[in-house]
Design a protein around this ligand. Sequence first.
Ligand code: MF3
Ligand code: CO
Ligand code: CO
Length: 264
Amino acid sequence: MEIILKSPSEIEKMRVAGALAAKVLEMIGPYVKPGVTTLELDEIMQDFIENKEHAISACLNYHGYPKCTCISINEEVCHGIPSPARRLHEGDIVNIDVTVIKDGFHGDTSKMFIVGHDTTPQRRSLCRCAQESLYAGIRAVGPGRNLRDIGKAITPIADRCGFSIVRDYCGHGIGRGFHEDPQVLHYYNDLSVILEPGMTFTIEPMINAGTYKCRVNHKNGWTVTTKDKLPSAQWEHTVLITDDGVEVLTLRAEEDFPRILKTV
Ligand code: MF3
Ligand code: CO
Ligand code: CO
């Protein structure tokens, strides 16, 4: 395992890429409404990323992935492929995951949207629990802390809600590469990685209402669903370990969470 520490000038580029990924999620919010298709949303984001922000999607053509973003509905855990056949309905819960490359560096972030006016108590609780899990994971990191403190922080939150934590997919180092070392596990584990200033990685817990077990759609080779077809929720941020804490590179204005946390 080789974790790439970012220099001050590289960190500045990570801030720009992170801010841009966050901006895409802010921009698309008003379009996430009953009746829209996931392909329409993807096309709006692609146009914004390429033509307005002069950046590129990291997902498009990544290991053959065919679209600009991932849009995962209800029992879809991640890697939902935007499609003209997928229309959003009142009460759906939808994850939109955006990864951009700007000036050679990646910014990766996702959030849940509730479509229309409301959804079921279970779906609402799941979305909230997954966001709490992300925030607890961010609060657990800083220089000198251990990467496994993320899983240690998230596990009791999921337990308390009666939900499960996906094990097949994890967060990742990020920088010039989309998926760099280390792997960031969101469940209780005893892998030891001491965190250092200059590390950049994602925290992206996927929380399932029922079993943590997942299936990959064998027709398209990408879309991951829960094995029991119960819903799943995910939120993702790209973070930087600083000299005295952590900085959230993909924070949105709507969030009730600090951009900079001091831990030492
Ligand atoms: N953005 C996802 C992540 O959080 C990865 C998507 S890869 C794709 O790591 F090819 F499916 F787009
Ligand atoms: Co992502
Ligand atoms: Co990611």
